[in-house]
Ligand binder design. Structure first.
Ligand code: SAM
Ligand code: SF4
Length: 329
C-alpha cells in the first residue's frame, strides 16, 4: 500500500474499544459518550479486517484503545492474530496499555508472541496518578509492569508531558525507568476531543523540556527507531534511551507509515484529520474480501499529507473533534 505522497503503509493501529477503566484528564471528559455497542465489530470481524491489512502489506500491528485489555475476550483476538507471527507474515504484534490489567494478561501476551508493549504512565506519585487518571490506582499499574517484565515482555513507558503536573518529576521518572531497563518516551499533548480541562494550561512544548533536561543530563541524538515518530537520545548518566514525540513542535508526517482502524471499522488515514473511510459496510456486504480491499485502496489513495494541530489561547476548539481513545494513541 503506497499513498499519494509515496509513503509505504506497513503499520496498522487498531483501537479495539474506545472504552476505558481510566478517565485521564488530557484524554477524556469525565462524562464520556462512547460509540454505541451495536456498532462494534466482533472480534472475528476485527481479525478478518486485520488479516486483510496484513495480506495487503501491513508488517506491524498495534492494539490500542481506549484500554485494549478491557475489551471482553481480547486475548482471543491476540491469539488469533498471533498466527500471522507464526507464519512470518507479521513482524510484530504489540499493544499500548494503561497497565491496569497487565497482572492478569502479561503471561498470555508473551505466550502469544508479543515481545514488547508500551505502558502509559504519567507520574510515579500515587495521589497525582489518581488525580490525572481520575479512576486509576498506581499500585495496580506497578504490579502490571512487574508482571510484564517477569513474563519477559520489553516495556517502554510513555508519559504525556504536562505543564506544572509532571515536568519537574520527569528526570526522576526517567532515572527510575532506565534503572529498570525501560526506555521512556515523552509526548506532547494533542488537541483531540473536548475535555473538561484547558489544553493551553496543560501544553508543554518538548523543546523546553529537552533544554531543561540537557542542563542535568548528557543527551546525545541517536538514529534509533521503533517504527514510530519518536526521536531518541541516549542519556549518558542513566545508560537508557529517552524518546520525544513532538506532534506540535515538529511535524513528523513526512515519514508516516501508518493508518488507524477503530472498533467500529472506520479507517482514519491520519490521527489529526477528520477524513475517514467506512470499512464495516464493505466487510459485511460480502463474505469475500474484494469489496473491503477496494475500500482500503481507495482510502489509502486519499491519505492526507499531514496534520495541522494548533494549541493556543485563540483556538479554544480541539483540532479534531474525536477523542484520542477513538483512534488510539
Ligand atoms: N489506554 C491505553 C493507554 O493509555 O496507553 C491506550 C490508548 S491511549 C489513547 C494511548 C496514548 O495516548 C497514551 O499514552 C495516552 O497518554 C496518549 N494520549 C491520550 N490523549 C492524548 C492527547 N490528547 N495528547 C497526547 N497524547 C494523548
Ligand atoms: Fe484511558 Fe489511555 Fe485515555 Fe487514559 S489515555 S483515559 S488510560 S485511553
Amino acid at each position: 500500500m503506497i499513498d499519494p505522497f509515496g509513503r509505504t503503509i506497513s503499520y496498522l493501529r487498531v483501537s479495539v474499544t474506545d472504552r476505558c477503566d481510566f478517565r485521564c484528564t488530557y484524554c477524556m471528559a469525565e462524562d464520556m459518550a462512547f460509540l454505541p455497542k451495536k456498532d462494534l465489530l466482533s472480534l472475528e470481524e476485527l481479525d478478518r479486517l486485520c488479516t486483510v491489512f496484513i495480506e495487503k502489506g501491513v508488517r506491524r500491528l498495534r492494539l490500542t484503545g481506549g484500554e485494549p485489555l478491557v475489551r471482553k475476550n481480547i486475548m482471543h483476538l491476540v491469539r488469533q492474530l498471533s498466527r500471522h507471527l507464526d507464519s512470518g507474515a507479521l513482524e510484530e504484534l504489540t499493544l499500548t496499555t494503561n497497565g491496569s490489567q497487565l497482572s492478569r494478561f502479561a503471561g498470555e501476551l508473551a505466550d502469544c508472541g508479543v515481545k514488547r508493549i508500551n505502558v502509559s504512565l504519567d507520574t510515579l506519585d500515587a495521589d497525582k496518578f489518581h488525580a490525572i487518571t481520575r479512576w486509576g490506582h498506581l499500585g495496580k499499574v506497578m504490579a502490571g509492569i512487574d508482571a510484564a517484565q517477569a513474563a519477559g515482555l520489553k516495556v517502554k513507558l510513555n508519559a504525556v508531558a504536562l505543564k506544572d503536573f509532571n515536568d519537574a518529576e520527569l528526570p526522576e521518572m526517567m532515572r527510575w525507568a532506565h534503572g529498570r531497563g525501560m526506555d521512556l518516551t515523552v509526548i506532547e499533548t494533542m488537541p483531540m476531543g473536548e475535555i473538561d480541562a484547558d489544553r493551553t494550561d496543560q501544553y508543554l512544548p518538548l523543546s523546553l523540556l529537552r533544554a531543561s533536561l540537557a542542563r542535568q543530563f548528557t543527551l546525545t541524538d541517536i538514529p534509533f527507531k521503533t517504527g514510530g515518530p519518536a526521536r531518541y537520545v541516549n542519556v549518558a548518566e542513566t545508560g537508557g534511551k529517552l524518546g520525544f514525540i513532538t506532534p506540535m513542535t515538529h511535524n513528523f508526517c513526512e515519514s508516516c507509515n501508518r493508518v488507524r482502524l477503530t472498533c467500529t471499522g472506520t479507517l482514519y488515514m491520519c490521527l489529526g484529520q477528520e477524513d475517514a473511510a467506512d470499512l464495516r459496510t464493505p466487510l459485511r456486504a460480502s463474505e469475500g474480501n474484494e469489496l473491503v480491499c477496494d475500500a482500503i485502496d481507495e482510502a489509502i489513495g486519499r491519505k492526507p499529507k499531514g496534520h495541522d494541530f494548533i494549541i493556543d489561547r485563540r483556538t479554544s476548539r480541539p483540532s479534531v473533534s474525536r477523542h484520542m481513545s477513538v483512534t488510539g494513541g
